[in-house]
Design a protein around this ligand. Structure first.
Ligand code: XUL
Ligand code: CO
Length: 403
């Protein structure tokens, strides 16, 4: 379709799962030994982690990476010290980017790990906490600009509530809108030309999160006047937590003209939480790539592996195998999707279903030329309608032929 696989897919590796998470869960400690964790000074740990991350990115050959401020550098005792830590690591990351050619897809701020944010970051009922969220976002935007990041992400893990009995939801949402406008303006005034992204997720860690799903976020962005600067970062596993398919979320974002980027992973159909597994399901990647191709591609976004190896995948090579498998699953999905769009009858079958709106009264309805009473009158002409099959099984059979 006129682009190379690399240009279409724009893969990114994420810093947090691969270089911060050792496999610890609520029931047990980590299972992967990170040699840099043997340093006692947190800044030495961070530097060792950075070296390992860039060694991995370049050995893997992945063109992009993504990070949170706190993945890359430790929180200090004061706001100023945290900022200084991040600036030190960003200078080193810049050197590594130049040496390896690896680029930054997006940066973000972690407004969910510190106990300070237990009631939210930008939506915290205590204004003083909101100022801390602002300090972090300001510095993370500066870091993203310094590293040439193409996007800046907001994922609202704790932007939500635990109970409505103590929550003024309207005020919190207005505060979120205000906060995001300030962040947008600061970035624009300080050289950020990329896309701001909101990553929907319905729950976990909050009981209810404000950025519930793509439709909710599209409505929020429009209501807050943010839809010119912000798009959506759709994550597969977040879609399933919201009771949707990955394709549904991609299509909602694409239809609003707001499909910005993708966090490529998958859930587990028997587990109701964010398992963040590497994508391996070619059916799912094919459906996703059909929508992405239909939307004209990912633009400045990409496919970020927000995924982690299983706790019992304890060999260093497992991290390579996981990313390679994920890339292959999407590359294969892209090839199948391109063939389905270009060679199969799928697209023409869908177009044909809506043919009645392309001519005559259907076209007049689409153009807004008919009133409800006109439609009601026309119904009298359409008694005894034939049933028109949706042909779902045929379509599914066609997809399997191309797979
Ligand atoms: C959490 C999640 C985050 C965002 C970035 O579920 O997906 O890692 O991608 O904050
Ligand atoms: Co994510």
């Amino acid at each position: 379709m006129g682009k190379t696989l690399e240009e279409h897919l724009r893969f990114a590796a994420c810093y947090w799962h691969s270089f911060c998470g050792t496999g610890q869960d609520p029931f047990g400690s980590g299972t992967r030994d990170f040699p840099w964790d043997s340093h006692t000074d947190p800044m030495d740990k961070a530097k060792g982690r950075l070296d390992a991350a860039f060694e991995f990115f370049s050995k893997l050959g992945v063109p992009f990476y993504c990070f949170h401020d706190r993945d890359m550098s430790p929180e200090g005792n004061t706001v100023g010290e945290s900022e200084k830590n991040l600036r030190t690591l960003v200078a080193l990351a810049k050197e590594r980017q130049q040496a390896t050619g690896v680029k930054l897809l997006w940066g973000t701020a972690n407004l969910f790990s510190s106990p300070r944010y237990m009631n939210g970051g930008a939506t915290n009922p205590d204004f003083r906490v909101v100022t801390h969220a602002a300090a972090q976002v300001k510095c993370a935007i500066e870091a993203t600009v310094e590293l040439g990041g193409q996007n800046y992400v907001f994922w609202g893990g704790r932007e939500g509530y635990t109970t409505l009995l103590n929550t003024d939801m309207k005020r919190e949402l207005d505060n979120l809108g205000q906060f995001l406008r300030l962040a947008r303006d600061y970035g624009r005034q300080n050289g950020f030309k990329g896309t701001y992204l909101i990553e929907p997720k319905p729950m976990e860690p909050s009981k209810h999160q404000y950025d519930f799903d793509a439709a909710t976020v599209v409505g929020f962005l429009r209501a807050q006047g943010l839809d010119q600067d912000f798009k959506l970062n759709i994550e597969a596993n977040h879609a399933t937590l919201a009771g949707h398919t990955f394709s549904h979320e991609l299509q909602v974002a694409a239809d609003a003209g707001l499909l910005g980027s993708v966090d490529a992973n998958r859930g587990d159909s028997q587990n109701g939480w964010d398992t963040d597994q590497f994508p391996t399901d070619i059916y799912q990647t094919t459906e996703a790539m059909m929508i992405i191709l239909g939307a004209g591609g990912l633009g400045s976004g990409g496919l970020n592996f927000d995924a982690k190896v299983r706790r019992n995948s304890s060999d260093p090579e497992d991290l390579f195998l996981a990313h390679i498998g994920g890339m292959d699953a999407f590359a294969r999905g892209l090839e199948v999707a391109a063939k389905l769009l270009e060679q199969s009858p799928l697209r023409s079958m869908r177009t044909a279903r809506y043919r009645s709106f392309e001519e005559g009264d259907g076209l007049r309805f689409s153009k807004g030329e008919l009133k409800l009473q006109d439609l009601a009158k026309l119904a009298e002409k359409h008694e005894n309608l034939p049933l028109i099959s949706g042909k779902q099984e045929l379509i599914e059979n066609i997809i399997n032929q191309y797979l």
